[in-house]
Design a protein around this ligand. Sequence first.
Ligand SMILES: C[S@@+](CC[C@H](N)C(=O)[O-])C[C@H]1O[C@@H](n2cnc3c(N)ncnc32)[C@H](O)[C@@H]1O
Length: 192
Amino acid sequence: MRLGNHRTKNPSLGAMLLHEIIRAPREIGAVFPSSVRLGDTMAALIGGGEEGAVVELGAGTGVITESLLRSGIAPGRLTVIEKSEPFACYLAQRFPHVRIVHADAGDWPAELGQTAVKAVVSCLPLRSLPASAVARITATWARSLASDGRVIQFTYAPFGTSAWQDAGLRRIGCETVWANFPPARVEVFARP
Ligand SMILES: C[S@@+](CC[C@H](N)C(=O)[O-])C[C@H]1O[C@@H](n2cnc3c(N)ncnc32)[C@H](O)[C@@H]1O
């Protein structure tokens, strides 16, 4: 999808976040950006290897994107899917060497072709999105995972199962990041 003219408006990031929270609260699902510690924790959970596509779903203000790049993931391996046009435009400006796709995460992006995905890093607020949208998103990306692929998801819910398990994945890890407001639980899922 073509990115619009937010490129030239350049509102402050805080104002953009506030605007997006008011416009689509259930899609943003957070009042504060993620912390660097949360981003670094998610990036570390991707595991070794320098091959394979990494996809970030719902990058928002780009905190996690920055951590992924800082952890050593080459920009050419990374694809970011973001539904909000202002955020997608902001991300495209901030990360010119990363493929930023302005789209719904429930739609498989043509840009990825037949790629098997090594890691899906999801910042999507799966507990506040409509159930039908969540089912479409998780089915799309669970199907795309390479045999050794992983999904890494954060949630503010302190307990409970995940929609990724409903999509047939197995939870293989979980840790809490206290240095985030609110504290976040990071879960890792893989094929059974
Ligand atoms: C919790 S926020 C991301 C927080 C981000 N880590 C940060 O620090 O800014 C969730 C993001 O998911 C995006 N989003 C929500 N539903 C989406 C969908 N169906 N497809 C793609 N992105 C979506 C929102 O626009 C928002 O940017």
